[in-house]
Design a protein around this ligand. Structure first.
Ligand SMILES: Nc1ncnc2c1ncn2[C@@H]1O[C@H](COP(=O)(O)OP(=O)(O)OP(=O)(O)O)[C@@H](O)[C@H]1O
Length: 503
């Protein structure tokens, strides 16, 4: 009976890593087409042992497609794959797993009806035999403790009951769990997208320890600072090609942005110059667990931030405000129609059977109607307007929503909310997976729309984004603990409020 390795120290993993100077995996001339879309146009890519490779590029550049090839989930149309110096003829998922190549993909993959321990078993076939559930529970708990010391997750928690941030933590810990199954390279496709700054820092510090012990990682992130600070080498993709690859020390943020394309010459000063002309009351809301008199107040034309550690009640309050717009709730006053940009697009945002255009139009049905029917022409006009406005990359807006890359799906959800007539837009960590160029465009758009009187309530795990807000409520344990004005906003101040007792 294979025995689970309960040694959670990183040097326990090192035995799998092998010779230091041979590439774990190498792709030469990898090409991939999806119908008319050329996702990869001849890409060379490799990862060495003990190396953290940062992979960056705009939404739809081809990063995930390339990673699916490394993981064996997609077969290239042409090109060669070499593993530890030997050519691979029939590279596949089982072969990748046999080589110790594991992945944490952008779209989270936990089975929602299974516990955290049971989900761990799914990825670790060697966890079998009598007592596997207990072993799986011990291993995942130990790995969570090691990576995220204050995680607050139990191995018996049902995955579907966890917040998206906690699900992301479980996915990451599961990929690094040591069992009899080999571990050499972990692909991390936007692993911090739902984590707050504190938790993201814990993960990135762990990645550095893992790499120092001989493991390898591929780190994909749209938060360029994370890649610059934690990768050894950075590969930049643009339109299905590698356009630069160099030591991380050879890049800075500006060179990365310029190489990726799309955000050149953007004015980052606009946020500071905007002054809100606050109008009539739009939202007044007291979190269900609030015991003192604090409440969230938002007026027409304001951009209000919600901050603090992830899962401390920010999403709950946004959802309560959303619900209150349909049906009165005590403690919440809403005075205009509401639209929501969901952060957890898989569960809450996307209609998977529908086209991109239909997904955008659903919040604007009244406007799209001629008589009783939806006018295809009006729907197409709305979709095309947003395709151009925020650059949704697709040859046809009638394609299924899932033909879009992750970041482009998120852009479609933005278009749905901003294209609607809602006077209040609730945004639940909405920039998940959106590239830097588009983010800057969307920030401008949000400020422009606020200037026209729209109100934005914006929960974000990216502290930098709070610069766009007029003021920010910090949450802790389901309550508002601080209300910080624009001039008081610093990461330290937010973290201090998130951990401290006082407001
Ligand atoms: N299953 C699919 N069907 C059709 N087109 C696809 C499919 N998967 C990917 N594509 C297309 O391939 C291109 C590359 O997508 P990919 O997901 O690799 O981009 P990405 O760099 O990972 O983007 P993001 O940063 O948004 O995650 C995109 O144009 C996308 O629309």
């Amino acid at each position: 009976m294979p025995k689970a390795n309960t040694d959670t120290r990183l040097d326990g993993a090192a035995k799998h890593f092998g010779a230091a100077n041979i590439d774990i995996i190498r792709l030469d001339g990898a090409e991939k087409h999806f119908g008319a879309v050329r996702a990869l146009g001849g890409v060379d890519f490799h990862v060495g042992a003990g190396e953290c490779v940062g992979l960056v590029g705009h939404n739809g550049a081809g990063k995930s497609t390339l990673m699916h090839m490394v993981a064996g989930t997609l077969v290239p149309d042409s090109g060669a794959i070499t593993v530890r110096g030997s050519a691979e003829r029939d590279y596949s998922v089982p072969r990748a797993l046999e080589l110790g190549i594991r992945c944490v993909f952008q779209e989270l993959s936990l089975c929602p009806n299974l516990s955290v321990a049971e989900n761990t078993r799914i990825n670790h076939p060697s966890l079998i035999g009598f007592g596997w559930r207990r072993k799986a529970a011990e291993l995942i708990a130990a790995k969570l403790d090691e990576i995220f010391p204050d995680h607050g997750i139990s191995a018996s928690d049902i995955a579907g009951d966890l917040s998206i941030g906690r699900r992301q933590m479980v996915e990451v810990a599961r990929a690094f769990t040591l069992t009899e199954d080999p571990l050499a390279l972990v692909i991390l496709d936007e692993p911090t997208s739902s984590l707050d700054a504190h938790t993201a820092g814990q993960l990135l510090a762990f990645v550095r320890r893992f790499v120092a012990s001989g493991g390898s990682c591929i780190l994909i992130s749209h938060v360029l600072g994370e890649v610059l600070q934690n990768a050894d080498r950075i590969v930049v993709m643009r339109d299905g090609k590698v356009v630069a690859a160099d030591a991380a020390s050879a890049f800075d943020r500006d060179r990365l942005v310029a190489t990726m394309g799309g955000a050149e010459g953007h004015q980052r000063t606009a946020a500071e110059t905007r002054k809100a002309e606050a109008g009539p009351l739009r939202v007044k809301a007291r979190p269900a667990r609030q015991q003192d008199g604090k409440e969230l107040v938002a007026r027409a034309g304001e951009i209000i931030g919600l901050a603090g550690l992830a899962g401390h009640g920010q999403t709950d309050l946004l959802l309560a405000i959303f619900a209150a717009a349909q049906r009165a709730r005590t403690g919440i006053e809403v005075t205009a129609p509401v639209a929501l940009v969901a952060g957890d697009r898989q569960s809450d945002g996307i209609f998977p059977q529908w086209s991109i255009a239909e997904n955008i139009g659903i919040r604007s049905l009244a406007r799209l109607r001629t008589g009783l029917l939806i006018s295809p022409q009006r729907e197409a006009e709305l979709a095309d307007f947003w395709k151009n406005k925020i650059g949704i990359r697709t040859p046809d807006m009638n394609n299924n929503i899932y033909s879009l890359s992750g970041g482009n799906q998120q852009k479609a959800l933005f278009a749905r909310a901003l294209g609607s007539d809602a006077g209040i837009v609730l945004m639940d960590d909405p920039m998940r997976g959106v590239d830097i160029g588009t983010k800057l465009e969307v920030y401008d758009l949000v400020r422009e729309e606020a200037g026209r009187g729209r109100t934005f309530l914006w929960y974000t795990t990216e502290t930098e984004e709070l610069d766009n807000c007029d003021h920010v409520y910090v949450f802790k344990n389901g309550r508002i603990v601080a209300n910080l004005g624009r001039d008081e906003l610093t990461e330290e101040k937010i973290i201090q409020s998130s951990f401290g007792d006082a407001a």
